[in-house]
Ligand binder design. Structure first.
Ligand code: SF4
Length: 344
């Protein structure tokens, strides 16, 4: 099945999902009640015999429970929105949200307030205000294109978008964040690779578990690598999914085999309804220390907390970097400002 057929045939109902997995009564109820969009590609549904993957995409009743300190916009991105599609956080970097559409929705998504809801522009001309903003801010050197999943746009829209950004002389680095190689690997066509290569794009790929590294995904990443496209990974640390040493080691070595450098292991953001996914920060530090001690340095990502409210990413490697007050973990960001993460 080609990638367009996969998208057209996405699983969006209990009945469709039950052709792949048995659902509990709670899961059926959660799926019927879910306010956050639900969709899974038939390809990815075929992997849901794996319990860890299943947990990341099938709704749970727990996601309707808003925990202490959880927010719909945990990183405070809306406070930094400068155009309908642009979020300017770090001085030299902008986040360019070009679509709200994803092939498969992750239940722990930081942007659950946006994904699956109207944002889509449809054509590159609707981004013009954002291009002008970047042109008028010479301090911006890094553009991270995200969403939703930008690789679901057509080749021609991606081509035009990248060409327009590359016209701006002070932009030095262009990245695209995507989960497509994991959930829709057939989207990685020779034509798409040629577009990405032409504009010297870095890919920041979202992977959760080694069970995602199927022959199809390996082939997609090999194609990207053969076209000279640089790839790094982002993995969210998730309770009951990948929060143990062996799961992470297997994933990170598997990524290296596909020429994807493990880049970030992210503490799960405190987005509303995420408590059942979040590990303690102490657990994250314990895991990253065990990886540093036992894996090749190339296979070890940085463990980071995205400081809630918009303080940027803070790499953690030692318990001495954090202070605990009741249910909160406090730590300092790159400016020496203190931030709090609502821990468990
Ligand atoms: S692919 Fe990314 S943007 Fe889409 S639901 Fe998953 S985490 Fe959110």
């Amino acid at each position: 099945m080609g990638w367009k057929q996969q998208l057209a045939g996405r699983i969006t109902t209990c009945a469709q999902l039950e052709e792949f997995v048995d659902l509990s009564d709670d899961e059926r109820e959660a799926l019927d009640r879910s306010e956050f969009p639900f969709a899974i590609t038939p390809y990815y549904a075929g992997l849901l015999g794996n319990e860890a993957l299943r947990r990341t995409v099938i709704p749970s009743l727990l996601e309707s429970v808003k925990g202490v300190g959880e927010l719909d916009d945990p990183l405070g991105e809306e406070n930094h929105r400068v155009t309908p599609h642009l979020i300017h956080t770090y001085p030299d970097k902008v986040l360019f949200l070009v679509t709200s559409f994803c092939a498969t929705y992750c239940r722990y998504c930081t942007r659950s307030r946006l994904v699956g809801r109207p944002l889509d522009a449809g054509s590159v001309s609707s981004f013009e205000e954002s291009f002008i903003y970047i042109e008028q801010h010479p301090e911006i050197r890094d553009v991270l294109i995200s969403g939703g999943d930008p690789l679901l746009l057509s080749d021609s829209v991606i081509d035009d978008l990248l060409a327009r950004i590359r016209e701006i002389p002070h932009v030095r680095s262009v990245r695209i964040g995507s989960k497509v190689p994991a959930v829709l690997p057939m989207r990685i066509t020779q034509e798409l690779c040629a577009v990405l290569r032409r504009h010297r794009v870095w890919l920041s790929l979202h992977f959760t578990h080694a069970a995602e590294l199927t022959p199809e995904t390996r082939s997609a990443c090999r194609k990207l690598s053969d076209h000279g496209i640089a790839m790094v990974s982002q993995t969210v640390l998730l309770k009951g999914v990948n929060d143990h040493h062996e799961a992470l080691a297997e994933l990170f070595y598997g990524l290296l085999e596909m020429n994807v450098k493990p880049y970030y292991l992210l503490q799960c953001d405190p987005v509303s309804g995420s408590a059942h996914f979040r590990t303690s920060v102490e657990k994250g530090i314990e895991l990253i220390r065990s990886l540093h001690g036992n894996l090749s340095g190339l296979a070890v990502p940085q463990y980071v907390i995205d400081a809630p409210g918009g303080g940027g990413k803070v790499p953690l490697l030692s318990l001495e970097q954090v202070r605990r007050t009741g249910g909160d973990v406090r730590f300092d960001n790159y400016e020496g400002r203190e931030y709090r993460y609502p821990d468990l």
